[in-house]
Design a protein around this ligand. Structure first.
Ligand code: 13P
Ligand code: SF4
Length: 346
């Protein structure tokens, strides 16, 4: 990723990206998907980028895969496919385009690359990491194996390709229980999210041992603050992500992956919902669910928020930010991810 001034100079030389009410008007249909959360005046700033990115996608034979935590202008404006980690991994196996632009964090782009070694996978900002992925190495996985001989290692997809390759199988928040139960051993090692592991342990008879990693977004929530919300508003539906601590999950009416959360709110239509997860989740579904009021607070993921329209345009314009995974690691990671996909479909 170049210096921000250089990036700006490259884009300004190639495109007219000045805020434009005319361009905002011309893309009103796109804005309609986020009108409740993105004022039209702001859309006039985003529309010039959205128009150029969508034009470039066609020119480069590219698709944009966007995680549910992307901002609304990315999620609704330029994404071809949106979803949770499992949905995006499965989608990555089905993409026909030659180029994938990953709007999410680095481990997601690595997953797309290992599933598509022949395609170009662009990461608009290589610095978009994850506190879980950076908490563990392949050497740490070996240490866990030595501590619990014979126990299989189930690694959350929020890991590097190196850690995936050192694992027996991957899981996501939407299939963790199913994956753990598919293991033959009575003891299962789960890495790197201690909270996903503890929440999974509560739903299975397997003995789960875990690595002590945590998501910096979800570990911040406390059971006390959720109880306060419920006391102030007894009718609120509290919906939590399983990366939250177990005592937080215990206060929730539903716990699931970001995709599961969207399905739950869409089906149950609570008058008021508190999504105990990243802020963009509520923003991205607000317009499709006008009858649901979304309570704050929420927490921002600083890594997810590093992905912007400006960086996506730069990446597609210059075709820079291609993710590479060493072939031996890619093969090991592919085996672990593909095994997860097969088990979750089975
Ligand atoms: P899911 O979308 O799979 O629920 O994962 C959430 C997350 O934190 C991704 O980084
Ligand atoms: Fe990682 Fe948490 Fe951000 Fe997801 S929300 S990318 S788990 S830090």
């Amino acid at each position: 990723m170049p210096d921000p001034t250089d990036l700006r100079a490259v884009l300004d030389a190639a495109y007219d990206l000045a805020p434009s009410l005319a361009k905002a008007e011309a893309t009103r249909d796109i804005h309609a998907r986020m009108a409740r959360v993105v004022p039209f005046a702001d859309w006039a700033r985003f529309a010039p980028y959205v128009i150029e990115i969508n034009r470039l996608k066609a020119e480069r034979n590219a698709v944009v895969l966007a995680h549910n935590y992307m901002t609304p202008e990315i999620f609704h404006g330029i994404a071809d496919h949106v979803g949770d980690s499992l949905q995006l991994a499965i989608r990555a196996t089905e993409v026909a385009a030659e180029v994938i632009v990953q709007c999410g964090v680095h481990f997601m782009a690595e997953t797309s690359k290992v599933l598509n070694p022949g395609k170009t996978v662009l990461m608009p900002d290589m610095g978009a990491g994850c506190s879980l992925a950076s908490s563990i190495t392949a050497a740490d996985v070996a240490t866990m194996r030595a501590r619990y001989p014979g126990a299989p290692v189930v690694s959350y997809v929020n890991t590097t390709a190196e850690v995936k390759a050192a694992s027996d199988i991957c899981c996501t928040s939407s299939n963790a229980v199913k994956i753990v139960e598919a293991m033959e051993s009575d003891t299962v090692i789960m890495t790197p999210d201690q909270y996903l592991a503890r929440n999974t342990a509560a739903q299975t008879n397997k003995r789960i041992v875990w690595w002590e990693g945590a998501c910096i977004v979800h570990e911040q929530y406390t059971a006390g603050e959720l109880r306060d919300y419920r006391r102030l508003d007894p009718g609120v539906a509290i919906i939590a992500h399983p990366e939250c601590p177990p005592e937080v999950v215990a206060e929730a009416d539903y716990t699931g992956s970001t995709g599961g959360i969207i399905d739950w709110v869409t089906t149950h239509r609570p008058a008021k919902a508190l999504l105990v997860t990243e802020c963009s989740m509520a923003s991205n579904i607000a317009d499709a669910l006008p009858d649901v009021e979304f309570a704050k607070p929420c927490n921002l993921c600083p890594y997810m928020k590093m992905i912007t329209l400006e960086k996506v345009l730069y990446s597609l314009h210059t075709m820079t930010g291609a993710v590479e995974v060493a072939p031996d690691l890619a093969e090991g990671a592919r085996r672990a991810v593909q095994r997860m996909i097969d088990v979750s479909r089975g």
